[in-house]
Design a binder for this molecule. Structure first.
Ligand code: ADP
Length: 488
């Protein structure tokens, strides 16, 4: 097959069963064929990463800086082409695709700098004549498992820090969107990585991901995806005493108070709930609105939503692309049916749409008159569906916002400093936005949630330099051996 994109294992491009990568805006458009790695190939990749670790972890920071720098430059230079590839395979609009690729370049740029900034600490010991040095060292082989909704930014977010600090990597992208991941690995490989430092194993979670989870040779695992898979991977990691980091779902609240600028609030809701087709873990899915402005605000939202242009991701005038595939679209539909059955009022949307091409188009759905105990207000839908919940004043809004098993992002629209300050402090979420959409975060600051949304260290250093600062005696004075105190 001429367009077969292979896996990178121990520095060689290796064949595997070919799977088509289908464009969700037009199912007749095959983006390319991508090899699925077997369990054996995955084990070989893990072994290669283990073998490459000693040299890579001791390489000069300048070498690592140069590779990340060159990768960033190439990604940026090719942002239009790569953005188009991303939009073709995932379905977000071209503007969103190019924006995501630019973000990936910025992440590599940031970590190229960080490679030269790694520092330690020197402390006086409590024992006389002894010094203490604290250093951060690479943890070993890092397994990276990524979801389909950010095909290049999430891989970049995990790959750049892992490589920056001298870890070797086995990387498994989502089976649905291997194209951007393949292009990224190709760029990094050509930027000068030695064989085995970065291994790409595309394919199924149940085969490739499971083999990684079961391997005692993966020292740290970083995952973004669904809550169920994240919980299973955390358990598998615990069995191996492996350091792990899980970024999972959200059911993010956006509160609209009576004193809000309603136009800003509507912008935040439309962006947060429906851009990227609602397929973001930070999407706003519960819109909690003070009864004093409730009915006017629901009308305003309906008007804005009905004006959105839904269509082929690559068309210039499209604002909302398709849902990623048939199975996600039917899942969205089943939640819409549940919402109706529970007595929520479907104000607008929720229909399958026909366009010139055969794709998975759906009109953004807004439910009103919801209660926070409805299934559509509790479970993550991961599509363009939002539930509006009326409340009486700030205190009830905060209580409803926090009444969820998740805690990734939370937002509020208000002109009150008192309420903004209180919400920032008391919203049970990793990230709190004021007069901003719940989705949209900087790359150089921590990213992570509370409760069922996240487990392990936050994502600023998606894979931190290491998880275990090490302290050891730095100097010994001639009489150090006479110290009788407890020794570590
Ligand atoms: P979603 O596909 O909804 O983003 P998933 O949790 O199913 O969420 O998938 C996220 C990533 O986890 C994907 O790369 C997927 O292939 C992988 N994955 C799925 N099941 C497993 C598993 N049992 N073990 C390891 N990885 C898995």
């Amino acid at each position: 097959m001429s367009d077969l994109h292979k896996n990178l294992i121990d520095g060689a491009w290796v064949d595997g069963d070919a799977a088509p990568n289908v464009n969700p805006s037009d199912v007749s458009d095959i983006v390319g064929h991508y090899a699925r790695a077997s369990a054996d190939q995955t084990r070989t990749a893990i072994g290669a990463a283990r073998a490459a670790f000693a040299d890579w972890s001791r390489s000069s920071p300048l070498v690592r800086h140069g590779i990340l720098r060159r990768a960033s430059d190439e990604i940026l230079a090719r942002k239009d082409e790569l953005g188009r590839l991303l939009s073709r395979e995932e379905g977000k609009t071209l503007a969103e695709g190019v924006g995501e690729v630019t973000r990936a370049a910025q992440i590599f740029d940031f970590f190229a700098g960080e490679a030269l900034r790694l520092a330690g600490e020197i402390l006086p010991s409590v024992r006389p004549g002894v010094g203490v040095e604290i250093t951060r060292e690479a943890v070993g082989v890092v397994g990276i498992i990524t979801p389909w909704n950010f095909p290049i930014a999430i891989p970049a977010w995990k790959l750049a820090p892992a490589l920056c600090y001298g870890n070797t990597v086995v990387f498994k992208p989502a089976d649905l969107v291997p194209g951007s991941a393949w292009a990224l690995v190709d760029i990094l490989n050509r930027a000068g990585l030695q064989k085995g430092v970065l291994n790409l194993v595309m394919g199924r979670g149940s085969v490739v991901g499971q083999t990684m989870a079961d391997s005692p040779d993966i020292d740290a695992l970083t995952f973004t995806g669904s809550q169920g898979t994240g919980a299973a991977l955390a358990l598998a990691s615990a069995r191996h005493m492996r350091k792990s980091q899980m970024e999972m779902g959200g059911k993010n609240p956006f509160v609209v108070l009576a004193d809000a600028d309603l136009s800003i609030a509507a912008d935040c809701v439309v962006n947060g709930a429906f851009f990227s087709t609602g397929q973001r873990c930070t999407a706003s899915s519960r819109i909690i609105v003070d009864k004093a402005v409730y009915s006017g605000f629901v009308d305003l939202l309906a008007e804005r939503i009905q004006g959105l242009r839904i269509g082929h991701a690559l068309r210039d005038d499209t604002q909302i692309g398709p849902v990623v595939d048939e199975s996600q679209l039917s899942q969205n539909e089943s939640y819409i049916a549940k919402g109706k059955a529970e007595g929520a009022r479907l104000v607008t949307g929720g229909d399958r749409l026909n366009r010139d091409t055969e794709g998975f188009f759906q009109s953004p759905a807004l439910f009103a008159d919801c209660t926070n105990d409805m299934v559509i207000a509790r479970e993550e839908i991961f599509g363009p569906v939002a539930a509006v919940i009326p409340v009486d004043g700030y205190d009830e809004a905060l209580a409803v916002a926090n009444d969820t098993p998740f805690g990734l992002s939370a937002g509020i629209a208000t002109t009150s400093l008192k309420h903004a300050t209180d919400f920032r402090r008391n919203a049970e979420a990793g990230m709190v936005m004021i007069n901003l959409p719940t989705a949209g975060v900087d790359f150089h600051v921590p990213f992570g949630g509370r409760k069922a949304s996240s487990f392990g260290p936050a994502n600023r250093d998606a894979m931190p330099p290491n998880f275990s600062p090490r302290s050891r005696p730095l100097t010994r004075s001639p009489n150090a051996g006479q110290c009788k105190g407890p020794t570590p």
